[in-house]
Design a binder for this molecule. Structure first.
Ligand SMILES: NC(=O)c1ccc[n+]([C@@H]2O[C@H](COP(=O)([O-])OP(=O)(O)OC[C@H]3O[C@@H](n4cnc5c(N)ncnc54)[C@H](OP(=O)(O)O)[C@@H]3O)[C@@H](O)[C@H]2O)c1
Length: 324
């Protein structure tokens, strides 16, 4: 079978296509013929060497496709079904065949295409999980950074559905999309002092909750825009390449709560994570969560897909199409 492989970390071009042996499902695993694989910013971070994993590395955590084999202990009624799921050891999805965790596999609900189900099941679960970890309430005003992104766009929609007032921050050319996703306000975080504009939108008080995937200077402004005494700042990524700089004296003096929201999410019991993914799929099937697909690339153009994401040109999700 063909698979993308990186034999070193670096530029997108380290993602070459190779002929490799087809994997066999062990107990608790299923093998799927991959129709679509999600391109996540996490894949870019690993590929660039900022979070190295063992080499050679085939990226790809979220996949959609038909079940072609099952391992021991897995119900063989799954054979032939089209499912979405997360790959074993969070790798191997950019390939014609991939091993998926049987316990983190979901049927594609009626009315959804496999591509849409792929785009929503895990990113939507993260959105739900992050907002619940940060205890979003309907009276809250929430600031969401990278609000036009794959996960960010679903965060905006999920927070809006929960009744919160949403301020989405993104690059200038993505602000219309942020509003289309449902944000009450969209703010360009490419300008200096953008946090002041966020504060102005809350009549000077600051937001109740800030959810940040960017880190670096964006994190600093997001923290500055969080309400003294009650504000919560949760981070779940560092697309800028820099973790948020946290100053304990400022946090203590201002009475902020800071949370490593991603760590909370990852450590949630499996049944709760599965329930979040199923709820995201159900919401999409009801038309309440609408992922946007920015671009589709054939498997052998994974490098171009990474470049598109890394160069900040995407709104919503990028998908690899294997043709399986
Ligand atoms: N399973 C997962 O995918 C997973 C797991 C854990 C954590 N995360 C984190 O979740 C975040 C969102 O992931 P995603 O897949 O939904 O990606 P995404 O938001 O679709 O893409 C990343 C976005 O970050 C923004 N950004 C800000 N500064 C940037 C910079 N210096 N370089 C590149 N991009 C920059 C860009 O939007 P603007 O142009 O609007 O700035 C870009 O579109 C990432 O930080 C990721 O590491 C993801």
């Amino acid at each position: 079978m063909r698979a993308i492989r990186a034999n070193r970390f670096g530029e997108p071009e380290v993602l070459g296509i190779e002929e490799v042996a087809e994997p066999e499902p062990a107990a608790g695993q299923i093998l799927i013929g991959v129709a679509y694989a999600a391109v996540a910013y996490g894949d870019v971070i690993v590929r660039s060497g900022r979070y190295p994993l063992p080499l050679p590395w085939t990226p790809g955590v979220e996949v959609a496709g038909r079940v072609v084999a099952v391992g021991a202990g897995v119900d063989d009624a799954l054979l032939g079904q089209t499912v979405v799921g997360c790959t074993v050891d969070q790798r191997g999805g950019y390939a014609e065949r991939a091993l998926v965790r049987a316990d983190y596999t979901f049927a594609v609900p009626p009315g959804l295409t496999p591509e849409v189900a792929l785009t929503v099941f895990e990113a939507g679960a993260m959105a739900r999980g992050l907002l619940s970890a940060m205890r979003l309430g309907p009276d809250d005003t929430v600031l969401i950074t990278a609000a036009a992104g794959r996960i960010g766009s679903l965060l905006v929609q999920t927070a809006t559905s929960a009744g919160a007032t949403v301020i989405g921050a993104a690059s200038l050319d993505k602000l219309d999309a942020v509003r289309e996703f449902g944000a009450d306000h969209a703010v360009d975080y490419g300008v200096e002092d953008w946090g002041r504009r966020v504060r102005d939108l809350t009549e000077g008080r600051g937001v109740d909750l800030a959810l940040d995937a960017v880190g670096g200077d964006v994190a600093a402004e997001a923290i500055a825009a969080t309400a003294d005494g009650v504000g919560r700042y949760g981070f779940y990524g560092f697309a800028s390449g820099e973790w948020p700089a946290l100053d304990a004296s400022t946090i203590g003096r201002r009475g902020l709560t800071v949370s490593g929201a991603l760590g909370t999410l990852i450590r949630k019991p499996d049944p709760e994570q599965r329930a979040d993914a199923q709820a995201a799929l159900d919401a999409a099937a009801r038309g309440e969560l609408t992922p946007r697909i920015h671009a589709r690339y054939p498997l052998d153009q994974a490098a171009a897909a990474h470049r598109e994401l890394e160069d900040r040109r995407s709104i919503g999700a990028i998908v690899l199409v294997t043709g399986a």
